[in-house]
Ligand binder design. Structure first.
Ligand code: AMP
Length: 579
């Protein structure tokens, strides 16, 4: 049997790992980088860019670059790249394909099977979209597992005694907190909560807004709402955020953000860690509330926890570590890099599934309650549209449960089964997963005809609902994702795979759309301008004037066609070289 890989398909970054001789290791790319930014783009010439190359062009060409696609998984949100539009799982497939290639290059053998992780809080549609993305990338997805479970596996917390561990996972775009119980080789998720729209990207955006406000205060004009400027500010915000994890202050410097008359305006000021902390405090408070909810669902209190594990790049922020320590009364365990442990755990599970010599058994739970809409007798009379839970959240997967319901009208010949997931008592307030009818029921008085509704939730988080009339046995079922856009037929799958192959193999032939950017500064020029702005501070007299004049002319170029930007760029290069 060939070896299977473990993949952490993250919002911001992704990693691929393998088990060798019973030990997991993250596989590097050609340049030795263990992390692949989850970023896809097209170069100016129409070449497909994945990972760091795509990220690098983001500031200069956001319209040709896609970031954080995981936030859209399971929806029909369309993204345009070149002359085509893509669904979220198609973009994720490009990332997965790139990780598959990375693994094949590192191992020098073909790779066809994978375990892929998702946040514990992902819905069925999001899990299915992830599986489909893997298939398009040419991978057989052996299992979709929850990220915190993978993290706990990586920590190898396998002792004779039962250990209760809280896994706090804050990445770029998603937040999850899970309480897991590890006994010997069994890892069981007792409860999990989260928010699949909260993460480091939100901190970047909060800081980006703060930078805009500071710019306004200083220069008394608003920054133009331009995609390139916004992207540059966002990158500067992320850089400052990362810097503040190890320093109490940082300087944010971005040249040429706007012009006032003929003068170029720059952003250049010092930012304190405490400023950043006050910006993100409300978001962190939300994560603390989720910890309390997960603990209460697991019927545990903070004192019952043996360990706290931090996962995800954002947990490097010192305030997060402090808040968790004071909230739970214990310091988080160090050890594995928080950004790599999910991929390591996924590869351990992949190893188990393909017969490698590791003994970890995985028990996982359902993140949301699953049920149907029903009419119920209440003290206020019969109320339609109430939510009847069939599989409660945090049930161990795979789960298989049934409930029996009766008709509420005489001679009712049809029942509609509407399936939802969520925790609200009103069915419509939850997430609808699909519906179907059981028809031609025999005529019977109200309350005497019985329908058994069976829910089957498999290891990949795919739900099959079957309704059976108990008397004559009419039966109807629904595979929940059947009617969703991200569920592909065999033909559609082949087509999507062919498209992907074309992107990877014939990428130079892809045409770029006729769209143009609003500012045509190349990344090289932006870098030169940044160097020049820093240099300017060290200069005086004529040299300073000469450099300032060059920078002012460059700033005026977008609105003055007579200025030759290439000439100015080479003058700037010469200046910096000889200065
Ligand atoms: P992940 O999804 O686990 O790869 O985490 C990515 C997120 O972690 C991004 O928002 C990064 O900006 C953030 N991140 C990475 N390193 C640091 C750091 N040293 N301090 C703060 N945030 C970080």
């Amino acid at each position: 049997m060939s070896r299977a890989i473990g993949i952490d398909l993250g919002t911001t970054n992704s990693e691929v790992a393998i088990v060798e001789n019973g030990k997991a290791r993250v596989l590097p790319g050609e340049n030795g980088d263990l992390i692949l930014p989850s970023c896809v783009g097209l170069s100016e010439a129409g070449k497909l860019l994945v990972g760091r190359d795509a990220l690098r062009q983001y500031a200069a060409a956001p319209e040709r670059t896609i970031k954080s696609i995981k936030r859209w998984m399971g929806t029909d949100h369309k993204t345009t790249l070149g002359d085509r539009t893509y669904l979220p799982h198609e973009i994720s497939a490009i990332i997965l394909r790139s990780l598959k290639q990375r693994a094949e290059n590192a191992l020098n053998e073909p790779v066809t099977q994978a375990v892929i992780t998702v946040p514990a809080y992902f819905t069925d549609a999001q899990r299915q979209a992830t599986k489909t993305a893997g298939e398009i990338a040419g991978l057989e997805v052996l299992q979709i597992i929850n990220e915190p479970t993978a993290a706990a596996l990586a920590y190898d917390l396998r002792s004779e005694d039962t250990e209760r561990v809280l896994v706090y996972d804050l990445g770029g775009g998603t937040f999850d907190v899970s309480v897991v119980e590890i006994t010997g080789e069994v890892t069981e998720v007792l409860a999990s909560h989260g928010n699949n729209r909260l993460g480091g990207d939100d901190f970047d955006r909060a800081l980006q807004l703060h930078l805009k406000r500071r710019f306004q205060q200083e220069h008394k004009i608003d920054l133009p709402d331009d995609p390139v400027i916004n992207a540059r500010l966002l990158s500067a915000a992320e850089q400052a955020k990362i810097e503040l994890s190890t320093h109490s202050f940082t300087t944010v410097r971005e040249a040429f953000l706007a012009t006032k008359g003929k003068t170029a305006l720059h952003l250049d000021f010092e930012l304190a860690r405490t400023d950043f902390e006050s910006l993100i405090q409300p978001l962190l408070d939300e994560t603390l509330a989720a910890i309390d909810r997960a603990l209460s669902d697991a019927e545990l209190s903070a004192e019952d926890l043996d360990r706290v594990i931090l996962v995800g790049g954002s947990t490097r922020i010192p305030l997060i570590q402090q808040l968790i320590e004071s909230h739970l009364g214990q310091a988080p365990t160090d050890g594995i890099e928080p950004d790599l442990c999910v991929a390591l755990g996924a590869s351990l599970q992949a190893g188990v599934l393909t017969g490698a010599a590791i003994d970890a058994i995985l028990v996982d739970v359902i993140p949301h309650s699953l049920g149907i809409a029903v009419a119920m007798d209440t003290p206020m009379g019969v109320m339609p549209g109430l939510f009847s839970v069939i599989v409660p959240r945090n049930s161990v997967i795979p789960a298989s449960r049934s409930e029996v319901y009766s008709t509420f009208a005489d001679n009712q010949d049809t029942v509609e089964v509407e399936v939802f997931q969520g925790e609200n008592a009103i069915a419509q307030e939850n997430v609808p997963l699909g519906s179907f009818h059981v028809e031609n029921l025999p005529p019977k008085p109200a309350g005497t005809l019985q329908i058994e509704v069976h829910f089957d939730f498999d290891l990949n988080g795919i739900l099959t609902v079957t309704a059976t009339e108990k008397g004559q046995g009419q039966k109807q079922s629904l595979i929940v994702n059947d009617n969703r856009i991200d569920r592909l037929s065999a033909h559609e799958l082949r087509q999507a795979q062919a498209n992907l192959n074309q992107l990877f193999e014939l990428d130079e032939t892809i045409e770029v759309s006729a769209e143009t950017t609003t500012i045509d500064f190349s990344p090289e020029l932006i870098q030169l301008i940044e160097q020049a702005t820093a240099k300017l501070e060290t200069l005086e007299g004529e040299s300073a004037e000469e450099l300032q004049s060059l920078l002012d002319q460059i700033a005026a170029a977008p609105s003055d066609e007579s200025i030759d930007l290439e000439v100015l760029q080479s003058e700037l290069e010469d200046f910096l070289y000889y200065a």
